[in-house]
Ligand binder design. Structure first.
Ligand code: ATP
Ligand code: MG
Length: 463
């Protein structure tokens, strides 16, 4: 094995502590076929970490010495994907095993131990220059481990030999419940500031303590998140919201100063933690996240629009109320305020237009849950509308956060059941009920020479 100077040899230990029954059969098939053909192949990353701490891995990734075309030759069900760095997706029905060739960081950063590098330059190295823009060089297993972000994410499992291979001290850190970057945290985080968000995710989701130098680098380099790719940042924000530990994660982002950079409007809403009124307001937001986490623990998987709606809801409510508004100009209708808050978020985080528009609709639909039925508002049609299920999810989380109003929620569940059982004639009858008035109104509008115009919104505040 070729070893870089100053690197400790790999620690190889038995994988007996891992429950073999928890291993994915398809991933095992991929590893054993590659190994039989003379290639090195391991399970890597999050799955090894999760198996070692007794959690069920989300997915099983494979790293190998075989190059993409060599992998493809062995697996008729393999498809090469990716333009910049090519990997192979091996399909078993709709289950995919991502199989990547060992990769290394570009040569310039692999000259030696990153710690001694930082020492040599007296820490004066321009961190700006470190941002990774290309990472498409093949390498050895050790190089592949070292280019990963945190020590606990760089463990290799060889299921054939039943061994764990640790090049970076990840086993010890996992035992100590410690999250630490591989190499100098200032260098590794400057290379890719999104690692700050990943660090927050792993620390909060897995209950790991962040090592002091790593924490310091996360604080110091949080402003650099403004230079990271917005789609990657928003993807990590959404992952945090779905993680089941969003409350801890967003509190940590705030403590780091990262929230101010990635979601300035939400950070401003949370205000000053020393101020009692601000804290009371902030608690409205924290309670929503707490409610979301409880739901996630019970098996709920929120979609992007629900996550975005939850993120923006409190800020929108605040800005829609003339007494609490902070944005310039007079208070407007709820749909205008939704646009005011969500659009900068969409532009700044380059959020998908569709997700944003849907989040806006989900917020605007909220007043309907407490609105009495009328000629104009037919609950049966609302319940059968495309956006109802997610609007109801948002309403349920708000109800949990408020700790009251379950009877209203249950009422909607009943209506939902009834709507599914409704005959086509009943639905048609509801439709007819809601139509004549619209026609009459249109005629009236025509008569008065006015356009229909008006707001598409639900009118008043969201709560
Ligand atoms: P999860 O359980 O959330 O999927 P994971 O550890 O599997 O966690 P992924 O985002 O799926 O995380 O990435 C797989 C692996 O790729 C990681 O474990 C890590 O080794 C490596 N990795 C991912 N993102 C980065 C990054 N930004 N910098 C360095 N290594 C990374
Ligand atoms: Mg993963």
């Amino acid at each position: 094995m070729t070893k870089l100077p100053s690197h400790r040899p790999a620690r190889v230990v038995s994988a007996n502590s891992i429950d073999r029954g928890a291993l994915d059969q398809d991933a095992l098939r991929v590893v054993s076929r590659l190994t039989r053909q003379g290639y090195e192949a391991y399970l890597v990353g999050g799955c090894v970490r999760d198996l070692l701490i007794g959690r069920r891995p989300k997915d099983f990734d494979v790293a190998t010495s075989a190059h993409p075309r060599q992998i493809k030759r062995l697996f008729h069900n393999g498809r090469i994907i990716g333009r910049r760095f090519r990997l192979v997706h091996i399909h078993y029905g709709d289950h995919i095993i991502e199989t990547a060739t060992f990769r290394r960081d570009p040569e310039s950063r692999m000259l030696g131990d990153t710690e001694s590098e930082a020492e040599n330059t007296g820490g004066e190295r321009e961190l700006e220059d470190l941002l990774i823009t290309e990472d498409n060089e093949y390498g050895t297993a050790e190089e592949d481990a070292r280019r990963r972000d945190f020590t606990v994410n760089a463990l290799f499992l060889d299921p054939v030999q039943n061994e764990i291979i640790d090049y970076v001290g990840g086993l010890r850190d996992l035992q100590d419940n410690l999250l630490r970057t591989i190499g100098d945290p200032m260098v590794r985080i400057a290379e890719d500031p999104v690692r700050i968000l990943r660090g927050v995710k792993f620390a909060t989701r897995l209950g790991l303590r962040i090592d002091e130098p790593t924490w310091k680098a996360m604080v110091e380099l949080s402003p650099a998140l403004s230079r990271s790719s917005p789609p990657r940042v928003i993807e990590e924000i959404l992952r945090l919201l779905r993680s089941g530990s969003s409350l801890g994660a967003f509190r940590m982002l705030r403590a780091l100063g990262a929230l101010r950079v990635i979601l300035p409007m939400i950070d401003a809403y949370l205000g000053d933690p020393e101020n009692a009124a601000d804290t009371e307001r902030a608690n409205l937001f924290w309670r929503l996240l707490e409610a979301l986490d409880n739901e996630v623990h019970a098996g709920y998987q929120p979609g992007n629009a629900v996550c975005l709606a939850l993120l923006a809801l409190r800020t929108i409510e605040r800005e829609a109320d003339p007494r609490t508004r902070t944005l310039p100009g007079e208070a407007k209708t709820l749909d205008q305020v939704c646009a005011e808050v969500l659009e900068p978020l969409a532009i700044q985080a380059r959020l998908g237009r569709r997700d944003c528009a849907k989040a806006q609709r989900l917020i605007l639909l909220q007043p309907r849950f407490t609105q009495p039925a009328s000629r104009r508002f037919r609950p049966l049609l609302f319940v059968r509308s495309e956006e109802f299920p997610e609007a109801l999810e948002l309403f349920r989380i708000r109800t949990t956060a408020r700790g009251q109003g379950w009877d209203v929620y249950e009422g909607w569940l009943e209506r939902q059941k009834a709507a599914h059982e409704a005959s086509p004639e009943e639905v048609e009858a509801e439709r007819k009920q809601s139509k004549p008035r619209r026609r009459r109104r249109r005629r009236r509008d025509k008569g008065s020479g006015k356009g229909s115009g008006g707001s598409s919104g639900g009118g008043s505040g969201a709560d």
